[in-house]
Write a protein that binds this ligand. Structure first.
Ligand code: GLP
Length: 239
């Protein structure tokens, strides 16, 4: 099956073969691909070569390894457009079931950077909500939201169990109009690794969103940690 005369290296040809099997449905989600030894025999190459192809596909998120068991076809990542939608809306629009686990809910005077970004006067309090967000019962992200108490003074536990945006917009009748967002890749810390059920070290995507009401008053700062193996952020750009 491999073209030994081709300038395309062997590992890349094997990678192409495995990729086409995944994309064309020969190997389906959750299925084990042939073992390294089987692939070595099939293609008549060294184990190192096979391993390199597999590692590249693991790094691309198409396959995942389970220690001592084998290599499996991964669930495709969620392709999330960069837009001002809520987690609940995003998951429902994909036909997935959103749910939350509340880790903590506090009311206090925030640290200086949060107070500045939320344009708070000295001594003004925020609600700090820390939630694990699930899609179809799988952990996707951790969110730490900071909301000025003066804008949502009656925020309660039962509002956080569902959608925060629904509470802000439907219950409080405030209009979230625009936001700024920063995104960076970082290595997960111990606490988040446990919440997200991932090993250390793993890369995660950190996003900070500051959302504003129509009058440019900040309504939330949200610091989210997304599983990099489950998310891909996409944006349409024009020139
Ligand atoms: C996304 C955003 C957050 C926002 C949240 C609201 O995850 N990154 O900034 O606070 O959605 O989600 P929900 O309305 O489901 O609570």
């Amino acid at each position: 099956m491999l073209d030994k005369q081709s300038p395309v290296p062997m590992y890349a040809q094997i990678e192409d073969y495995l990729k086409s099997q995944i994309l064309q449905g020969g190997f389906v989600i959750g299925m084990a691909i042939p073992s390294e030894r089987e692939l070595t025999d099939t293609f008549g190459v060294s184990r190192m070569t096979v391993r390199q192809s597999i590692t590249n596909l693991v790094n691309e998120g198409l396959l995942y390894r389970e220690k001592g068991r084998g290599t499996y076809v991964a669930t495709p990542k969620i392709e999330q457009p960069l837009s001002l939608t809520s987690f609940t809306e995003d998951m429902l629009s994909r036909g997935m079931k959103p749910s939350n686990k509340l880790v903590s809910f506090e009311k206090k005077i925030p640290e200086i950077d949060i107070a500045q970004e939320l344009q708070l006067a000295k001594g003004e309090e925020v609600f700090i909500v820390k939630r694990i967000r699930y899609a179809d019962d799988k952990p996707m992200a951790i969110e730490r939201s900071y909301l000025p108490v003066k804008l949502v003074p009656d925020l309660e536990l039962n509002n956080i169990e569902g959608s925060l945006y629904s509470f802000i917009e439907k219950d409080k009748r405030l209009i979230i109009s625009h936001a700024s967002q920063r995104m960076e890749a970082v290595l997960v810390n111990k606490e988040d690794a446990e919440f997200l059920q991932i090993c250390m070290p793993s890369a995660v995507l950190m996003i900070e969103r500051i959302s504003y009401l129509t009058n440019d008053v900040p309504i939330e700062i949200v610091r989210s940690t997304y599983r990099a193996d489950r998310y891909k952020f996409i944006s349409e750009i024009r020139r």
